[in-house]
Write a protein that binds this ligand. Structure first.
Ligand code: GLY
Length: 581
């Protein structure tokens, strides 16, 4: 299976952190892998991003962005008679993993040791895995370590989902080190036997499955016989470039720059834009850390274009999205100019303080855009008593206030979403509102085609006169873009495509790729409205969105629309008005 985007469809996680994330519904039986993939066993190389390791980046093995190889089995059953229908579990998964590492990749067995789950008050010890390693694979008992929840239990990603005990494979650089359990974890094999619910209690899954994750950079470190991930061929070209343009900077800083540069390029390539919230804020922090280091370590080269070139050449063959060099460069250079302005003003402000409190830090962040983390880099002495939790407390307070404000302003999805309540005074008005409502779905698709997937709906408001559509985007649209979008919508209207809905479980709906509001809480069963497919039956629908309706039955009923106005409504949000002509 191809890697899914770094921007996940599961709204309870900000970024894709594991290979299994795109497969969650297949473990719970909400989706059918045999039907969708022709097999209950799949493999992937997945783009992943983890903030959890950000403080460790710079050591030999930790990264924010990395590639994870995985094999997955969604069921241990048993329709063995049908092709692709037989899954596998502990015995096969361990055997496959060991054979792959030792026989295929040629890692000497002396360098390997493993861990298994040792059991706790809730989940029993995984004796089965211990025995498979010991008896079937011939690993001596002192090379099998038993560990607890913290080390050998994985998942869920996000608020709820499949999870379970793990067994992990470590490789040391020598046999002696392996005896002392001093190696690098390269492969995590998860046995998804449980479902962790929102309240964190565990239910036994009716069908257990296998989910494995093997860090490509660590595996390359082991196989290429180099001391750390940054010396592998995955990183070396970028690291050398950074060294070439910077004078004698600390190795740790080179590594952090290399990690962050590669990460931001992949994030932007997947359509993420820097912003002040959620995933966009993670991106902004990485970008601004790079920019601060450029200043702090007196690097005169602009690292962004250099890195875009190197990363494009190194990874563009496998991940064509990073070949979008112009687009990526545009986003990065815009953030750079924003930061330069913010920094000049912010530094002036900081001069006024002897010591910076959480409130001050939030004020500096909100007014000048200098993230909390950067204060530590810029003025360590002034923030030495400032705790991150206190800053976060301030941040939360602010978020709550601004969310309430937004809801008031945009009124959620507008008038039709959950309630079906249309505030119209006549049937004639009603008809116009419905035509405009369907037109906003077409508009969203056309916007994303023209501007990329970072453009997504933030709110809408529809009256008989016009529809207002708010979406995330960080600049004014050009005349040509407006025209292109308007033409695209009218062209689809002219094709007389059918508009229809299906009701389905939320997770399944997410898997269809239908658009939805990250923020909104949806019921377990949702309606998805489709327009098309454009190429007749069997093709992809032109548009798919979570929506309560109502809509016209076919696009021709909309008539023709025009885009009457565009404006900005706050940072990173634009508003378009359309009307019927
Ligand atoms: N899902 C297994 C891992 O991420 O390690």
């Amino acid at each position: 299976m191809p890697s899914s985007s770094l921007i996940p469809s599961d709204s309870s996680v900000l970024l894709t952190t594991a290979g299994m994330q795109q497969f969650k519904p297949y473990y719970t039986g909400k989706a059918d892998a045999l039907k969708d993939f022709g097999s209950v066993n799949v493999t992937s190389a997945q783009k992943c991003f983890r903030t959890s390791d950000i403080e460790s980046v710079g050591d030999d093995t930790h990264l924010t962005f990395f590639e994870m190889l995985g094999n997955f089995s969604f069921t241990v059953s048993s329709e063995a008679s049908s092709e692709g229908g037989a899954g596998y579990f502990k015995k096969e998964a361990i055997k496959l993993a060991y054979e792959f590492v030792v026989d295929i990749l040629g890692v000497s067995p002396e360098r390997i040791y493993v861990t298994v789950f040792g059991g706790d008050h809730e989940v029993p010890e995984d004796k089965e895995s211990f025995n498979i390693w010991h008896k079937d694979m011939g690993i001596s008992a002192h090379r099998i370590k038993k560990c607890g929840r913290g080390d050998n239990f994985w998942g869920p990603t996000g608020a709820e989902g499949p999870c379970g005990p793990t067994t992990e494979i470590y490789v040391a650089s020598t046999a002696a080190l392996a005896n002392d359990s001093k190696g690098v974890e390269i492969w995590n094999i998860v046995f998804n036997e449980y479902y962790s619910k929102i309240d964190k209690t565990l239910d036994k899954l009716s069908q257990p499955g296998v989910d494995t994750g093997m860090g490509l950079e660590r595996l390359a470190t082991v196989l290429q016989g180099v001391p750390n991930v940054f010396e592998t061929d995955l990183f070396h070209p970028l690291v050398s470039k950074i060294r070439e343009v910077s004078d004698n900077i600390d190795e740790r800083i080179v590594r952090i720059l290399a990690d962050h540069l590669r990460a931001v390029i992949f994030l932007v390539a997947d359509g993420l834009l820097p912003s002040n919230k959620e995933a966009g804020y993670i991106l902004r922090r990485l970008l601004r850390r790079i920019l601060v280091y450029e200043i702090k370590y007196d690097i005169h080269a602009d690292l962004f274009p250099l890195a875009i070139e190197v990363v494009g050449n190194n990874f563009g063959g496998d991940y064509p999205e990073v070949n979008n060099k112009k687009l990526i460069a545009g986003v990065l250079s815009e953030e750079k100019s924003k930061f330069e302005k913010a920094l000049a003003n912010g530094l002036k402000e900081i001069e006024k303080y002897k010591e910076i409190t959480a409130k001050d830090a939030f004020y500096i962040y909100e007014t000048f855009g200098l993230p909390f983390e950067l204060l530590g880099e810029l003025v360590p002495v002034k923030v030495k008593n400032l705790k991150k939790e206190d800053f976060e407390q301030e941040f939360k307070k602010h978020q709550e206030i601004s969310r309430a404000g937004l809801e008031k302003k945009f009124g959620g999805h507008g008038l039709v979403m959950d309630t079906g309540e249309l505030k119209v005074s006549s049937e004639e008005e009603m008809e116009k509102v419905i035509r405009l409502h369907t037109a906003t779905h077409l508009l969203q698709r056309a916007l994303r085609d023209a501007l990329g997937p970072s453009a997504h709906q933030m709110g809408s408001d529809i009256t008989a006169e016009r529809a207002r559509f708010d979406f995330s985007f960080n600049r004014k649209l050009t005349e040509e873009e407006i025209k292109k979008i308007e033409d695209a919508v009218n062209e689809v209207i002219g094709k007389d495509l059918p508009v229809y809905f299906k009701e389905m479980p939320k997770e399944e709906a997410i898997m269809t790729g239908a658009l939805f509001f990250f923020k909104e809480k949806y019921p377990d069963v949702v309606k998805v409205y489709f327009v098309g497919p454009a190429g007749g039956a069997g093709g992809e629908p032109y548009s798919a969105e979570f929506c309560g309706g109502p809509h016209v039955a076919n696009t021709f009923k909309i008539g023709k629309i025009k885009i009457s106005k565009q404006e900005s409504v706050g940072s990173g949000v634009r508003r378009i008005r359309i009307s019927l002509v």
